[in-house]
Design a protein around this ligand. Sequence first.
Ligand SMILES: Cc1cc2nc3c(=O)[nH]c(=O)nc-3n(C[C@H](O)[C@H](O)[C@H](O)COP(=O)(O)O)c2cc1C
Ligand code: SF4
Length: 444
Amino acid sequence: MSNEDFKPVLLARQGKPNSHKLETYKADGGYQALAKALAMKNTEVIDVVKASGLRGRGGAGFPTGLKWTFLPKDVSGPIYLCINGDESEPGTFNNRVLIEQDPHQVLEGIVISSFATRTTTAYFYLRYEYGRCYRVLKDAIDEMYANNLLGKNILGSGYDLDVHLHRGACAYICGEETGLIESLEGKRAWPRIKPPFPAIEGAFRRPTVVNNVETMACIPHILNHGAEWFMSMGVPKDPNNPRDAGSYGPKLYCISGHVNKPGLVELPMGISARDLIDKHAGGVWKGRKAKAVVPGGISMGFMSEKELDTPLDFAGPGRVGCLGLGTAAVIVIDDHTSMVDVLYNACRFFAHESCGQCTPCREGTAWSTKILERIRDGRGKLSDIDLLLEISGSMGTIPGTTICGLADGAAWPMKNAIHKFRPEFEEYIQSGRRSESPALAGSH
Ligand SMILES: Cc1cc2nc3c(=O)[nH]c(=O)nc-3n(C[C@H](O)[C@H](O)[C@H](O)COP(=O)(O)O)c2cc1C
Ligand code: SF4
C-alpha cells in the first residue's frame, strides 16, 4: 500500500466528538474484534498476531506474538500482562494521544491480548505526569466494567479479566520493562538482571508480558482485518537477511523540534525522515535547513542531513549508525543549532535518569555531562572528544557492561554526534568560546 492510498488506522477516530466514550467507540465497530477473539482459542489469537508480523512499538521492536509464546505452557497460577504507558523517551507522545483520543481502542487490545496470554489480571502502568490520560482511562475502565467488557464472564464467554490502572513513579527508567515491574511492585524502579526474562519471572515473580500502548492499539485491527491486511502495509522482510523480521503495519510518528508544524502522523512503516519533515511537518522552520535529525527518541542517536532519505522502519536507522527506530519520535535540529549544546542536553538527561546500579552508566553519564559542561564553558581540550568516544564505547548492554539499555541510549547520541559532527566539536573547542545558551538548571 502506498503512502498516498493510506488511511489512518490507529488515529482514524482522533478528533471525533466524544471519541473517548464507549458509546461512540461501539458505534464505530468497537469491541467486535474482542467478540471475535473470545470465540477463538487463545492459541489461535496468538497465531494471528504472529502471522501479522506485528513488532512491539515500545522501542525494541520485538515480535509481539513470539513474545507471547515465551510464556510457559503448563503454568498454574497467575500470568500478568503489564501495559507500558510510561512514555518518557524525549520527543515521544504517541501513547498520550492514543489514550486521550481513543482509550477503548487500546483497552480492547488489552483484553484481547490478556485472553491470548491467559492473563486474568492486567496492569496499566501509566506515566504519572499524564493526568488527563489517567482520568480518561479511569472513566473508560469504569464504562467497561459497567458493560460486561471487564470483570467476570466477559461478553458471556466465561473469560474473566481485571485491569488495574497504576500511576508511574516519575522516572525514565520506569519504562524499562523490569524497572516497570519493580516499580509496580512498590519498589524503586531498578531494572533486574536478565535472565530470567519477564515471560518466565516477571511481576510478583510470575510469568509476565510487557507490551507498549501502541502495540496494544494494533491488536483489534489485526483481529478485524487479518494478518495479511496488516502485512500489506510497511516494509517486507529482507530476503537476504534471515534476522530481519520486516516492519509491517501502520506506525505513529511523532515530529517535534525545528519544524513548522510539529505533531503526530500515522503512516505505513518506512517513510523517510525527509518526507516526514517536508510533506507532513511543513518543512524546517524559519526557512532553515536540517542539520541533524533524531530518528526515534534521543536515545537512538542522530542522522545527518545527508542520511534523511533513510526509511524509518525497524532496520533503516541502524544502517546509518543509529541505535534503531526506537519510538519513531523524530526531532529536527536546524543548522543554526550547536551539536555541542544538543549533546550536552542529551547527556544531562541520561545522567539525571540513570538509576545508578551499574558503574559504567552511573559514572559514564555524569562524566560525559561534566566534559560537555567544560567544553561549553570554553575550557575544553581536543582530547575530550576521544574521551567522550571512549566513555560511550564502554557503557551499555551492547558492550555487555550494564544491566539495561538506558546506557546504550546514553551512549548513542555521543557516538553519533562525534562521528558525524566531529569538525564542529573541534572548532568549538579550538575557538575557546562559551556557549550562548545558559547552563541548564540542575546540571552536574
Ligand atoms: C531506559 C528504557 C526506557 C524505556 N521506556 C519505555 C517506555 O516508556 N515505554 C515502552 O513501551 N517501552 C519502553 N522501553 C522498552 C521496554 O523495556 C519494553 O521493551 C517494551 O515496553 C516492550 O513492549 P513492546 O514489545 O510492545 O514494544 C524502555 C526501555 C529502556 C531501556
Ligand atoms: S544501565 Fe543505567 S539505568 Fe540501567 S540498570 Fe544500569 S545504572 Fe540503571
